[in-house]
Every structure is written in C-alpha cells, then in structure tokens.
Design a protein around this ligand. Sequence first.
Ligand code: MTE
Length: 319
Amino acid sequence: MLIKKAEDILSSEITPKSLYLNRRKFLAGAALAGAAAATGAGLRELIAPSTTVFAGNKINGIQKSPLSTTEAVTPYKDVTNYNNYYEFSTEKDEPAKLAQKFRTRPWKVKIDGLVEKKQELDVDAIIKMAPPEERIYRHRCVEGWSIVVPWIGFSLSELIKRVNPTSKATFVEFTTIFDPGQMPGQMRNVLEWPYVEGLRMDEAMHPLALLCFGMYGEDLPNQDGAPLRIVVPWKYGFKSAKAIVKIHFTDKQPLNTWNISAPREYGFYSNVNPNVDHPRWSQAKERRLGEFLKRPTLMFNGYDQVASLYSGMDLKKNF
Ligand code: MTE
C-alpha cells in the first residue's frame, strides 16, 4: 500500500489535481472495500465521499515548519468531508455542503479586554502579519478519531505579541461568528451560541498553538473553519475553534461551550490524555480516519514539549 508521507504533500501542486485526486479515490475505495469485508464495522468513518473539490486559492510563500510530524497526511477529501461544525450541522458529512456559500469576506476580528491595543482587524491584515508556515499536526477528536493535517498559519503568539496584552491577562477567549441566517445549526439549541473556547495565556503563547487560515497549500475550506481558526494540537479537537470573530484577553478562566454543555464530560483544559477516560468511553486508543486498526493515543497527542505547562497539576482533576 502506498502511504503518503508529509514531505510529499504539496505534490498536489505539481501533479494535475484530477489525477492526484483520482488516485486517492482509488486507494480509499480499495481500503474501504477491504475493511468493510473484514468487519462491516466502522464503515461510516471509512466511507469515501463522492466528490473532492479543492477550496481554491493557493497560498504563496509557504515555509515548512520543523514542528511538523512526518506521519502520513490524511487525504484532503476525508479531512474536508468529515467535520465537527455544529453551527452548520451535528452530522459530520453535512458541513461540507451546508458551508459552501458561507461568506468569509469581509471579515473583521475584534481584539479586546485586557490588552493595550484594542482594535478591530481585517482578517487579511492578520493573515499578512507573519509568513505562512505549513504545520503538519496530529488532530485528535475527543470522540476517538484522529487525522493528520497540513495546516497553514503561524504561531498565535505572533498576533498576541503585536497587540500587547496587559500583565493582568491570564487567559484568552475565542468567539466564533453568530450568524444563524448563514449557519442553520445556530437556529437549534444543540449548543449555546456563539461557540466559545479559551486557553490559558501560556498555552496560547506556546509556539505549537497555531493561528490557522489554510490547509493543503490553499485557503481553509469553509467547513474547516475559514477564514480564521486556531489549532491546538495537544488538546482535543473541540478546543480548536473555527471562524473566529473575537479574541478577548481576560483574567478569568473562560467558560467554553462544551464545558457549559456537559461539564462532567468536557473540561477547560482538555489535553489529550490516554489515562483519563471520558465518562462514557475510554480515551486510550484512537482510529486514524481511513485506517482500520486503532492505535494507542499518546499523552498530549505526542506533543511532549507542552508537558512543562502542566507540571504540578492534577490532570485528572483539571481534565
Ligand atoms: N468550532 C466551531 N466554531 N464549531 C464547532 O462545532 N467543533 C470542534 C472544533 N471547532 C467546532 C469548532 C470540534 S469538536 C472538532 S473535533 C474540530 O473543530 C474539528 O475540526 P475539523 O472539522 O477541521 O477537523
């Protein structure tokens, strides 16, 4: 079997896209048939969607990041057709369709709270703040599936250091757009809207925390959080808020949406931790999208460099 390696990923730019995608479709189809024949289980996670369309605009001048994993990258069509994006739908295959016409320009991001340079920034001004980097990260959802994605962006710290938080700011809160006219899921009370997430300031300043506006060499597709999201690879996926319109600096731990919704199940920290089970399932293993056998989940999703942020903390209590 042909395994796509990280260093090959931008081959999508040199191989004609139709060829490249057809080859992937064939491989996914073969894998699907084999796995389904073997068990008939987990089929939904293995299903290859019928269409694969790249989002469009290629991002120029992308630098490779030493923070990237060399693990095989998950096919684009899987990453863009299997999404958690409750503003559009609670079904994973629906955001790809329902977000197609979502307007991502003009787009402003409000910076406020305990910060010297309160302001409203145009998303394109944010994107130009620092050179774009490709960061190939493992992305582990709390539900037990994982993907490897070549995100594009730069460290969130690049933005934070330009807006000068005051010494009192100990947390950063991220708020997603509230626009039920465009986001049908927001007309239902499945979660409290808008979607809010938060990080402790030292977590937000860690070089791994990514301010993200692209993937696979191109703009972020709408269903993956365009035009701007964060990606926090050592935490469960729900910490990585999509479609951000506000970044608020505060001295209080933010109340994040999933914690409000089910406090016993989803904490504020939500570090990937195979030793702390979700109340309804084990977190010891995960299924990489498109793979049949489960693999062990790694502490901090394998990003050991963040361990010092939590030294002395009881991670069972601060789950
Ligand atoms: N951000 C918003 N605004 N709304 C959401 O429903 N879902 C979260 C996170 N960010 C979500 C969100 C969850 S549960 C996960 S696993 C990741 O987005 C999924 O990101 P992906 O679809 O790009 O893989």
